[in-house]
Design a protein around this ligand. Sequence first.
Ligand SMILES: Nc1ncnc2c1ncn2[C@@H]1O[C@H](COP(=O)(O)OP(=O)(O)OP(=O)(O)O)[C@@H](O)[C@H]1O
Ligand SMILES: [Mg+2]
Length: 544
Amino acid sequence: MRAVQNNPDAGRLIHGLRDTGYDFQTAAADIIDNSIAANATQISVELSITREGRKFVFFGDNGDGMDPDQLKSAMRYGAPVRANLSSLGKFGLGLKTASSSVCKRFSVISRKSSNEQLMKLTWDLDHVADVQEWEMLEEDISDEEREEFAKHCGGSGTLIIWSNCDRMLQKEYEAGSTNEQRAVQRLKEKLKEHIALTYYRFLDEADDRAENVKIIVNGEKVIHWNPFYPAKSEQMLSQNQQTLDLELEDGTESVIKMKAWILPHSKDMGKDENKKFAKIANHRQGFYIHRENRVIQSGGWLQVFGDVEPHTSLLRIEFDFEHTADEAFKIDVKKSRILFDPALEAAFKQILQPFYREANRRSRGRSSQSNANSTINHKSSNTNISNTQNTAKPEVESASSETNTVTLRNNHGGGITLKQTVQDNASNDLLYVEAVDTITSGNLWEPAMRKTEQSDGHKAAVLINKFHEFYKKIYQRSKNDRYAIEGLDLLLWSLAVAEDNSTNEEISATFEDFREEVSSNLKRLLRDFPELSDDELESDDNIA
Ligand SMILES: Nc1ncnc2c1ncn2[C@@H]1O[C@H](COP(=O)(O)OP(=O)(O)OP(=O)(O)O)[C@@H](O)[C@H]1O
Ligand SMILES: [Mg+2]
C-alpha cells in the first residue's frame, strides 16, 4: 500500500467553509464564546456601516489576549485542542468559520499585556484564492485600528475585525441607502436579543452558575433575559427528577439537569411584565438547551412532543448538559443544535407528560376566560345558513353522540358510516357554526353533526378551534367587521360540509390530511403576525 497525498484546493475550501449554516447571530456568538473562554469580563461589539455602505463588525474583549505564536495557531483552521475542555470551544474552527460566514476578510489583533506590542493577522479569502495557498496577511496596524483596540479592549485583550461583510444582511440593498442603514440597526437589535438569552447566566450578576461578563453592543449594555421568569413561574419537577445520569458509550457518566417551568398566564401579568419578562408566545415554549451554561437552542419540543401549539405555550424546560455529553447529543460544529436519541425522547416524554398536560389545562382555564372577554359573534352566519335551504349537504341517516359515529347519504350514495363529533345539545343560535376550545388535533376546523332540542335531527356543522393562530390573530382582529366574520364562518362551514358530502370510509383519511395541512400551513404563515395585545383583546365593542 502507498499513501497518496491529496491536499485540498485552498481557494475552493476556504470559500466553501463559508456555508456551514451560520446566521449572523450564531456567528457572533461563536466569537463571544471565545472571549468568555479567554476570561474576559467585558466584551464590546459594534456593528457599523459607512455612508458608502461598507459594513464592519468589531468584537473586543479584555481577556487573556494572545502572544504572536498563540495568535498564529489561533488563526489556523483546526486550532490546537484547548487545555480547558469545559470551555465553550471545541473544534478549533469557530473563529474562522464564523467570521468567514459573514465577511470575506477578518483580522485578529491581540496582546497579553499593555506593555507588549500589538500583533495582527488577517485572513483574506480572495487573497487565498489568488495565491492558491493557505497564506495569511501580516499587515501594519493603522492608527484607526489602535483606536478601535483601545475603545473595545482597553489595554490588553483581543480585537476581531470583520471587514468586507458581504453576508451580514440577508437581503441586497442599494449600498449605503437609508434602507440598508435601517437593516443594520434591526440586525443590531436582533443581536442584542440573541445575546440577552444565550448568555443570560453570564450577564445576570445574581446568577452564580456562570462567571460574570458584561456585554456591550454599539455602546449599550445588554440586559439578560432569563426565559423561565423564576420570580413568578412554578417549577414542577421534584428534586430527584431534576438530575439524570446519562451513560456514555465509553462507560463513563455525564449528568443532565432539567427543570420544568410553567409560566404565569398572560392574563395574570401586567402588559409590560409579560412583554419584558415572560414574553409568552407560541414559539417560545419547549426546551431551552444549555451547554456549559450557554443557551444553544431555544424553544420547540425536539420530537418529545409534537409541534409547538398554543395550549402549551406556558411550559418551558430548562435543560443542562456538559461538554462530556457532546457525543451523546450529536452536537454540530456551530454548537447550535442537538438531537435526542429515541430512548431519551421516550424518557423525557414520560417525565414531562404530566406537566405538559398541566400547562395545557392552565392555559385553557385562563383563555376560556379571555375569550369570553372578546366574544366573536357567530350568530349571523348561523342565521344565514339556517335560512338558505338550497346548499348542497349530506343527509343524515343516523348519528350517535355516544360513539361519535354518523351514517350519511352523500355524493357517494347511502349508508356511509364515519367517525365524527356528534353533539345533541348545541345551542339554538350556534347550531351550524361554533368556535370551541375542545379541538385537540390543533386543526382550525372540524366537521361535526349537531342538533338542538328544537331541531329536527342532526345537521352538518363546523366547529372552529379558538386556539388556532387563525382564530386568535385573524378572527379576533376582525371581530368588529360583521361581514368579515360571517364570510370566514361561511367559508369554513362550506369546507366542512363539502367534506361530509364528498367523503366515504376509504377516503376520509385523505380529507383529514388535507385539513391538517391547511391548518398547519396557516399556522406557519401566521407565525410572525403578532398576537393581539391585552388592550386589543379587552376592547369590548363586540358586534351584536
Ligand atoms: N478572544 C480570544 N482571546 C484569546 N484567545 C482566543 C480568542 N479567540 C480565539 N482564541 C484562541 O484561538 C483558538 C481558536 O479559536 P476557535 O474559535 O477557532 O476554536 P475553539 O474555540 O478552540 O473551538 P470552536 O471551533 O469550538 O470554536 C482558541 O482555542 C483560543 O486559543
Ligand atoms: Mg471558538
